[in-house]
Design a protein. Structure first.
Length: 347
């Protein structure tokens, strides 16, 4: 039985460690440390080599800080959960190798965790009563998926992006508007003062549960190119118009998935779920239909607490990873059922 679990997350540009402890039969978050790599802002996106080197330099200190904040020595840890994929392979390798060393040196249990499954478990850290069945929207810089979750650890793919992830589109549009990386928070702030006067298309709004954001991104690009002077008003309205289109599509398809399944709850996770505008749109669209479970922004961004929570679940089921665990940038969803058609008509 696991009593103290150390979680490690290094899939992209956040170096994170967290400690979960057993309290009253449930896992409780004892500490969470997240170190963001600001150097990528200079390049307008994540540079994989720089991310890997930064994880190498800082991971040990981040783990020690997490243990200190939990008030526990390393010797108290009896299990380690680590992101095994998907993500940047070099960044993943840093965390996986570190976790395997801790497990081997201390005779600890080891479990490799799917990064996106961690996002599904994130709300359970704050809402212990959250239980399937529910629909999960996982929306981040690299992924946009809708899942039917009949039980913990069981997933059916309802829809996914056919090209760009929503978070990537936010980042690219932010760059077009001269905003810093990552783009989501900056677009949201700018959009508060703008209006949806450009009326950008809502891609695939009535076409199943899959997503597409490349055309929306291109529509913004064309509008920027034909604007003689990109003044402050234009930037505000472009941000507001893009955000309105992207969020309407996300909310519409999530509600359609909830109607299709008939489930009483919807979980939203991933970096884009940090958006207050998206949370408000989902809450309004789901009112009277299903309850919305969204973790606080700190637990929606890439973090080790969600990895620890998903790892705790897997270990409790008797699963574990060997010391031959490998980092896999294309790691498939565990327990994913794709046997049935995944895109149903949206009405």
């Amino acid at each position: 039985m696991t009593d103290v679990l150390l979680g490690i997350e290094t899939s992209c540009d956040e170096t994170s460690a967290a400690v979960l402890v057993r309290e009253g039969g449930r896992p409780e978050l004892a500490s969470l440390v997240i170190l963001s790599q600001d150097i990528h802002r200079v390049f307008g996106g994540v540079v994989p080599e720089l991310a890997s080197r930064a994880h190498l330099r800082t991971l040990d200190a981040v783990v020690k800080r997490a243990l200190e904040e939990a008030g526990l020595p390393l010797g108290a840890v009896d299990a380690v959960a680590v992101t095994a994929g998907p993500g940047l392979v070099g960044a993943l390798l840093v965390g996986v190798c570190y976790a395997k060393a801790l497990a081997a040196a201390g005779g600890r249990s080891l479990i490799g965790v799917h990064h996106l499954e961690g996002h599904v478990f994130a709300p359970a850290l704050e809402d212990p009563d959250l239980k399937p069945p529910f629909v999960a929207l996982v929306v981040s810089g690299g992924h946009t998926v809708l899942l039917d979750v009949p039980d913990w650890g069981q997933y059916k793919l309802l829809g996914e992006t056919r090209d760009d992830a929503a978070g990537e589109a936010f980042d690219k549009v932010a760059s077009l508007l001269g905003l810093a990386f990552p783009g989501g928070p900056h677009i949201e702030r700018l959009a508060r003062e703008g209006t949806d006067r450009y009326g950008f298309p809502r891609p695939m709004l009535q076409d199943g549960l899959d997503f597409s954001f490349s055309g929306l991104k291109t529509a913004v690009l064309h509008e920027v190119r034909r604007t003689p002077v990109l003044g402050e008003r234009e930037r505000r309205d472009l941000a507001a118009s893009f955000q309105a289109a992207a969020i309407e599509v996300l909310a519409h398809k999530t509600v359609a998935a909830a109607q299709l399944t008939g489930y009483p709850a919807v979980v939203a996770g991933g970096g884009v779920a940090c958006s207050g505008a998206l949370r408000q749109a989902l809450a309004a669209a789901l009112a009277g239909r299903a309850r919305l479970a969204v973790a606080q922004p700190r637990l929606n961004a890439d973090n080790a607490a969600m990895i620890a929570r998903a790892g705790w679940f897997r270990l409790a089921r008797g699963e574990s990873s060997s010391l031959f665990l490998e980092a896999d940038p294309m790691l498939p969803w565990p327990g994913l059922d794709v046997s049935e058609p995944r895109s149903q008509p949206v009405r």
